[in-house]
Design a binder for this molecule. Structure first.
Ligand SMILES: Nc1nc2c(ncn2[C@@H]2O[C@H](COP(=O)(O)OP(=O)(O)OP(=O)(O)O)[C@@H](O)[C@H]2O)c(=O)[nH]1
Ligand SMILES: [Mg+2]
Length: 466
């Protein structure tokens, strides 16, 4: 993609009343515009001042001499800037009107209104960061939990790019060797030509596989984990929701059938957002309101990433529990935990594990009333999401971007093909073609190989002014 030659401008702070609003410019005409609209007591023009200094002064319309605002302005000279171009930041008073008028003025003086993410796009095009890093900027702005923020920062600092660079350079080495062999006639090729290369490709694949495994956890961090709390009436579902929230959000009574509608609330556990949905108890009923409630319960199960089936462990399992199990069987959710509630009451009956085994691997005793066992359940929820895939969320790199995960999957498939071609002792030409595909997909993650369309799509996710 060609590097743009025009100058862009945008309001970089949220629109609304605030103490300060910032108008940002980037591009070759930045200082020319600054010289025309900014004035203060210094005699030399703004363009001759030092970079990264804050100047107090005034914004005036040079065509009408109208005074717009008293501001603090910073100029930053290329190439040592965010975009790699000349940049200007005008800190004005934060009213909607003031800041809009300053933007209009810089547009009148020759700047163009920036598209969403265009500043960061320029940073990418000018080689200030690769695409994976640029995408991390958007993730950082959107981060809602500390962990999401940490993952985005790690990616922004080049954590992912660095790993991918090591792999790419290893693959390029192999490719260079293959290309050296291409001109040899077949019979002169050494036996076991590929033996070492197969091993090298396997170890690169392993790194990619590990990263790809972390993507599931990354999705949880980004979008939250949907957990449906289901069970027969009166099992203690609403009590469990309230226990997670540590507040009496849902109505709890001793009358079976209390909850009629689903209630969803979010709770952050170890930095992962969980969205818990309390549901109406599942049972055969002729009450149309309760029937609709049960229908909504079933919808919640289909949407859930994980299901908690709550049972009243103070009583033997009954036909209503069997009905719940039948419903579960129908929707077969991927992860399901059994909650043996009311553990504070006496007479723990032996739960017939066989009945569950197919659907529920783990049974957790707890008391939603006293809170006993809830800590263990929370830990289990987090572990189920991690599933041993990420041993230490603090240190490991976690893949949070769907685009990256897809491309990594493609790269791995290409590497698998390359390995197979090598094992079948195909000619270096053919093996090289497979390997080139892998490098291409890898390069799409960091933006080495990328089309203008895709770039536009990626940056349109950004906010204006970033
Ligand atoms: N002893 C004891 N009682 C509990 C426990 N959990 C819930 N209960 C009681 O069981 C009754 C039903 O609790 P809810 O939380 O309303 O049960 P539910 O599953 O939401 O019921 P429905 O909304 O009617 O389907 C209430 O009287 C609760 O106080 C527990 O762990 N121990
Ligand atoms: Mg309830």
């Amino acid at each position: 993609m060609p590097i743009p030659k025009d100058t862009i401008a945008a309001i970089s702070t949220p629109l609304g009343e605030g103490a300060i609003g910032i108008v940002r410019l980037s591009g070759p005409d930045t200082y020319k515009i600054a010289d025309r609209i900014f004035s203060d007591r210094h005699p030399e023009p703004f363009s001759q001042r030092d970079s990264y200094q804050l100047y107090h002064g005034f914004i005036k319309n040079p065509q009408t001499a109208e005074f717009l605002d008293e501001v603090l302005t910073t100029g930053m000279k290329a190439p040592g800037t965010y975009t790699g171009e000349d940049m200007l930041e005008i800190n004005a008073h934060g009213g909607i009107l003031v800041i809009q008028r300053i933007l209009e003025l810089v547009l009148q003086e020759g700047a163009r209104l920036a598209e969403p993410g265009e500043f960061t796009k320029r940073a990418f095009l000018n080689g200030k960061m690769d695409l994976a890093q640029a995408e991390a900027v958007a993730d950082l702005i959107r981060a809602r939990t500390d962990l999401a923020k940490k993952c985005a920062l790690q990616q922004l600092e080049g954590g992912l790019s660095c790993k991918l660079k090591v792999i790419a350079s290893e693959l390029l080495d192999i490719l260079a060797e293959l290309e050296a062999h291409i001109d040899f006639p077949e019979e002169e090729l050494p036996p076991q030509l590929y033996e070492r290369d197969i091993q090298r490709i396997e170890s690169s694949s392993r790194i990619l596989e590990d990263l790809l495994l972390s993507a599931r956890y990354g999705k949880a961090i980004r979008e939250g984990v949907r957990v449906a709390i289901i069970g027969k009436p009166n099992a203690g579902k609403s009590s469990l929701l309230n226990r997670f929230l540590e507040e009496p959000r849902a109505i709890v009574t001793e009358t079976p059938g209390t909850t009629r509608d689903t209630i969803t609330e979010s709770v952050s556990i170890e930095g992962i957002p969980f969205l818990f949905t309390d549901t109406a108890g599942i049972r055969e009923t002729s009450d149309p309101i309760e029937q609709e409630g049960v229908r909504r319960t079933e919808a919640a199960i289909t949407k859930a990433d994980m299901v908690l089936m709550v049972m009243d462990s103070s009583q033997p399992l009954d036909s209503q529990d069997e009905d719940v199990l039948d419903t579960l069987k129908k929707y077969a959710p991927s992860a399901c935990l059994g909650i043996l509630n009311k553990s504070d009451l006496l007479s723990h009956p032996v739960i017939e594990k066989d009945k569950f085994q197919e659907l529920i691997k783990t049974l957790v005793p707890l008391s939603a009333l006293t809170g006993e066992g809830i800590k263990e359940l929370k830990k289990l929820l987090v572990d189920t999401i991690k599933q041993g895939e990420v041993t230490d969320a603090g240190g490991e790199l976690i893949l949070t971007n769907v685009r990256h995960a897809e491309l990594m999957g493609k790269t791995l498939a290409d590497l698998q093909l390359t390995r197979e071609s090598m094992s079948s002792n195909l000619s270096p030409e053919l093996v090289a073609a497979d390997l080139r595909e892998a490098l291409h997909h890898l390069g799409e993650i960091t933006g080495e190989y990328i089309t203008g369309d895709l770039l536009n799509r990626i940056f349109s996710r950004f906010c204006i002014g970033k």
